[in-house]
Design a protein around this ligand. Sequence first.
Ligand code: WT7
Length: 635
Amino acid sequence: MSYPYQIRSFEEYQVAYKKSVENPESFWEEIASNFKWHKKWDAVLNWNFNEPKVEWFKGGQLNITENCLDRWVEIQPNAPAIIWEANNPDEKDRTLTYKELHQQVGQFANVLKNNGARKGDRICIYMPMVPELAIAVLACARIGAIHSVVFGGFSAQSVSDRIQDAQCNIVITADGAFRGNKTIPLKSVIDEALITCPSIQKVIVLSRTGIAVSMMNERDTWWEDEMKKVADAPLCPAEIMDAEDMLFILYTSGSTGKPKGVVHTCGGYMVWTNYTFVNVFQYQSGQVHFCTADIGWVTGHSYIIYGPLSAGATTLMFEGIPTWPNAGRFWDIIEKHKVEILYTAPTAIRSLMAFGKDPIEGKDLSTLKVLGTVGEPINEEAWHWYDDNIGKNNSPIVDTWWQTETGGVLISNLAGVTKAKPSFATLPLPGVQPVLVDENGNEVSGNNVSGNLCIKFPWPGMLRSTYGDHERCRTTYFSTYKNLYFTGDGCLRDSDGDYRITGRVDDVLNVSGHRIGTAEVENAINMHSGVVESAVVGYHHDIKGQGIYAYVILNSMHTDEAHMRQDISQTVAKVIGAIAKPDKIQFVSGLPKTRSGKIMRRILRKIAEGETSNLGDTTTLLDPLIVEEIKNNKL
Ligand code: WT7
């Protein structure tokens, strides 16, 4: 099996890129014809960035699961589709061939139908990293239901917000999840969330950990029992979808308000995840691809499930964490399953780096051919450690820049095909037209320049809307600069024309590769009854990339500070999830504000970074003295 649209040399990249810009419609039409469609599209592309309206392959009919499953069952029924490695290394791994996965998906799709699911329904999935999570996702797509996967680390409140926003009618969950030496009670989080979610009719519960759960009459049912009921039924046929029908919603944080539901559609997303998977990682038939992300994030959607499976690849799913039972776990998995492509995050690399070389000693990593990184800028030290110790200077590293909103990779080198450069994502993929703009919205041309990163032409995998609030999609991404999609990232283009992403320019933090809005954390902190006001900023953190620094005004300064810090952290964990707990909480008597009442975050950011001079102009502040107090008590 080979991919006719796989770019194999720098010259081919240049030809493809040029064609994608000069003649995007015929470029994408040719690529899209490699997939299984029931009816051809009426138009390759309709678009304007003002509404915004973006349609790819409109009128085309397909089902993404036929492209991920049925297509491969015909060609390679016994090829492994999913290899699963359990949290506990003593538990046996599992392999599902394409035939088996197809069968499980078809069966679980029948379960969903039996429980009242129909095309267009929204289904919330809150599960551990087990094959049934992938089966649940694909079964939704099979029947045309829209999945909304929520990461298992989010709190009941966060789950409830997301279920209500999308008005889901079904939840798929498990009794619990194993993560390292912990057992996380997923079902009880769902029970708490559902108190405020009247739209939910059914909860399907996979048994994974065996911990005690309460099952509510009529509403809750076991996955295993439901599967038995449909054991003899014919497998569920694929629902015919329009290319522009919704495939999924995935919630992500922004600079204001609650997380928004990014909407992706069937046709364009399929083509984009497949095209980027095959080209960025240079996937070759039979290779084992190990993406270490959780399926609760977009990386898992695109590069554990849809990209690899639509390419007939073998995708490895790992239930646990990189440091349990010890810091050699990734390397054991690579040796055991002969992994050829490893795709992970800088934060994971840095945390493993901290354990030194011992955990790698004696591990056979010789199967590795391609290494990938994603989620945040990678510092040069981590890049070289990855290159020297994991790739043995023999595996190209792809630094892949993209976002939940972009569906798949937009800027990256192509493994071994275009050159790598430490800490640079390098060049745009065919179809991607990046521009840098200055603060006045003017395009900065030429090389050796920096600016805010925008994209000026649609690509098939881009978001179509934010669920239930299209205007929010317009204001967030398409109104800052006219006729441009604004990414929220700062970026520079060096003398070679290579792109280096420098990080967010808005109030969004990137903590261990997780995207968290400062406003969200502030709202959570302010829910604590002892808090008057707070301001949250990011600061450099050696392992996490960014840490969360909170400045908090209490309504009484006489309480036990250590205890208060714990309480506030607990509140944040309850409202958002443990991933958003502040790393530092400094109690202050006031915040630096302008006369119009705006918090001067610029100053707070600098103090959190440890700067003492050069705080900029503070004379316009309502109370300039507060800056001295905050500086003197910095943590
Ligand atoms: C933000 C998007 C893309 C999947 C995981 C994160 C940052 C992502 C890189 C990279 C520098 C990166 C950006 C982006 N980011 N990849 N290779 N180099 N920064 O998805 O949660 O939507 O976050 O992650 O700041 O805007 P996400």
